[in-house]
Design a protein around this ligand. Structure first.
Ligand SMILES: Nc1ncnc2c1ncn2[C@@H]1O[C@H](COP(=O)(O)OP(=O)(O)OP(=O)(O)O)[C@@H](O)[C@H]1O
Length: 634
């Protein structure tokens, strides 16, 4: 293609939306553009170094990777230049004209127009290259992919307003040069001192040296003095290789922002050097806020792999299980080969050992946070609890440890906050109680008022209130905690052996004996609708409730599976009635068989509604109820 090949292309809609929002909501943090562009430049150098392992011709004879920052006060420009991997014309179109993240549309839909809230969200999304437009009204990118001819370079230019132009240019040096034409009022950035202090503040941890042009007076130097070789503004050393005592919280936080593209400071981090059988350094972070695509299990994950300080890959998913996909960080191994690939990692024994160690480290840190900083832990749980709940199914060996990190709302806790750990639950179990009781449902209001809880409330036995979609599935994988099995209170007969004293058991027996006829009559009236009917002492205020078989799927999970189009086998449903309830007493005395059947069906329908089920024939229920109401009004 020749130089005449200039073309103008439109940004994808989502870029336009994002640009607009970003410029407005991030204006109060405008200086972050430099961090983002330097971060990209450093990634580009990392990528070049990696590709050069296979093909050192890419270095074109120059292996000194660096980032240069220039400015021109009069022209009001700032230039960020790297000699990294560079981009081809296609790369430029793909990376600087679209947003290649899945879920972008949903993300944009969540933005509210409230600048404060939106800037938080945009932070979670990652602002990247486009942040240049916060301070610039024109951005020129000149880039040449390493290994390409000088004539195959590209110039991209845009005012950030819907379109960009592309043309072929000559560029002798490989890599990318980004020229920002600062908006009026932003000339403060065309200043050596300002740029240097921003690099120190935000990019000190970048492993590639960053050089900032000196001020004119400074550069001229004293007369007769020899020009000094410029010094990098940053430490230019892989941050994780520095000793902990040398690093401040700010260093850790800025490094986190660089690798994670997250705007918020992390919740906590773990920095460890391991020597011995394995030799590696890991720096792992737990974010404070969940990224927008945490539920996309294919979304990129956060561990970068380095081998002997050389960047090898992003998303080194072999080193952490999916249920810890929120962890971000760096792993630098001295044992693996520089030629390591994803396929090799999958079969490598050392990788398994490192993975186990990293998992243990993360779980231990979470445990420690939960113990020493409960409020901080609570905010972690609120963000990532649901992800962690995938743990017992994925990581059987650690399931007890993971379960210890869970937090739930219970019948004894205040409001809907999930803040009761299983260890707390077990510690306050009633004398003789052997099981951990729970109930699942769509929301807190529905489960906390379930008839199934009446007996437990009466006996002051704590019940976990589980309302996440994954809960029933999670508990089925957990099976027990501290030797106590989990029991769904809506399943199987109430376990009086465990919970009741002798008088209560005798009473139950007496109830069963004295209501044999009633039970038979109701069974007949509900033939085909329920599997069996029995009297119960589990209810206080409600006349009846539905109970599924001990090994059947609970109502909540069943409804979700059915909503997802799965056909479920019919469960063994029993109707349990409360003989002390006035309605059941009245039913027992009903002589008119037709009215008896109507009443029994109404009670059955109500029990279904109370557990959150839908009636198969709601209109029939309404008709029956109306008939009874009319009778009453006579
Ligand atoms: N200096 C550069 N050299 C080479 N490629 C670059 C450079 N700057 C950006 N790119 C390319 O453009 C892509 C988009 O950059 P951008 O900063 O928008 O997003 P990102 O870095 O992938 O992630 P995030 O949006 O979370 O920051 C990068 O992934 C990279 O491929």
């Amino acid at each position: 293609m020749n130089a005449a090949s200039k073309e103008t292309l439109g940004f994808k809609t989502e870029v336009k939306q994002l640009l607009h929002l970003m410029i407005h909501s991030l204006y109060s943090n405008k200086e972050i553009f430099l961090r983002e562009l330097v971060s990209n430049a450093s990634d580009a150098c990392d990528k070049l170094r990696f590709e050069a392992l296979q093909n050192d011709a890419l270095l074109e004879g120059g292996a000194d990777l660096k980032i240069d920052i220039h400015f021109d006060k009069d022209a009001r420009t700032v230039t960020i230049e790297d000699n990294g991997i560079g981009m081809t014309r296609d790369d430029v179109i793909n990376h600087l004209g679209t947003i290649a993240k899945s879920g972008t549309a949903e993300f944009l839909g969540k933005l509210s127009g409230d600048q404060k809230k939106d800037s938080q969200l945009i932070g979670q999304f990652g602002v990247g290259f486009y942040s240049a437009f916060i301070v610039a009204d024109n951005v020129v990118v000149e880039t040449r992919r390493a290994g390409e001819d000088a004539a195959n370079a590209v110039r991209w230019e845009s005012a950030g307003e819907g379109e960009f132009s592309l043309e072929n240019i000559e560029k002798a040096e490989r890599g990318t040069r980004i020229v920002l034409h600062l908006k009026e009022g932003e000339e403060e950035f065309a200043d050596s001192f300002r740029l240097q202090s921003l690099i120190k503040k935000y990019s000190d941890h970048i492993a590639i040296p960053v050089f900032v042009q000196a001020d004119a007076e400074e550069a001229a130097g004293e007369e007769g003095e020899e020009a000094k070789a410029p010094e990098a503004v940053n430490q230019a050393k892989a941050m994780w290789t520095r000793s902990k005592s040398d690093l401040t919280d700010e260093d850790y936080t800025e490094f986190y922002k660089h690798i994670s593209h997250d705007w918020n400071a992390p919740l906590t981090w773990m920095h460890n050097r391991v020597e011995g059988k394995l030799d590696y350094t890991s720096l792992l972070y737990i974010p404070a806020k969940a990224p927008f695509d945490i539920w996309n299990r294919d979304a990129s994950r956060g561990l970068k792999l380095y081998v002997q300080r050389v960047f090898i890959m992003d998303d080194a998913e072999q080193f952490l299980p999916l249920y810890l996909r929120f962890v971000k960080g760096v792993l630098d191994s001295n044992d693996l080969s520089l030629n390591v690939s994803r396929e090799i990692l999958q079969q490598d024994k050392q990788v398994d050992s490192m993975r186990s160690a990293l998992v243990k480290r993360v779980l231990d840190t979470l445990e420690k946070t939960a113990k020493n900083e409960p409020e901080k832990y609570q905010s972690f749980w609120d963000q990532f609890g649901e992800v962690l709940k995938e743990g017992p199914a994925e990581d059987f060996a650690n399931r007890e440890k993971i379960a210890g990190l869970f937090r739930f709302a219970t019948t004894l806790s205040e409001g809907e906050t999930e803040n009761v750990g299983l260890a707390d639950y077990v510690a306050r179990m009633r004398e003789g109680q052997k099981k951990i009781y729970f109930i699942t449902g769509d929301n807190h209001a529905a489960v906390s008022t379930s008839p199934h809880l009446e007996y437990f409330k009466r006996k002051n036995i704590e019940v976990l209130l589980l309302t996440d979609r994954v809960d029933e599935w999670m508990v089925s994988h957990l099976a027990d905690f501290d030797g106590k099995v989990f029991q769904d209170v809506t399943k199987g007969e109430l376990d009086l052996d465990e919970l009741a004293d002798d008088t209560e058991k005798d009473q139950q027996k007496a109830l069963e004996d004295s209501h044999k006829d009633l039970v038979e009559r109701i069974e007949k009236a509900l033939e085909g609708e329920v599997k069996s009917v029995r009297v119960t002492s589990r209810l206080t205020d409600s006349p009846a409730c539905m109970v599924v078989g001990q090994y059947d799927m609970g109502g909540h999970l069943r409804r979700m599976m059915e909503a997802a189009g799965q056909k479920m086998p019919e469960p063994e449903i029993a109707l349990e009635v409360n003989p002390s309830h006035p309605l059941i007493e009245r039913l027992d005395q009903e002589q008119d068989e037709e009215r008896f059947v109507d009443l029994a069906r109404l009670i059955h329908a109500q029990a279904q509604l109370a557990e959150g089920s839908q009636l198969k024939q709601p209109a029939l229920y309404v008709a029956r109820l109306n008939k009874l109401l009319l009778d009453l009004m006579k």
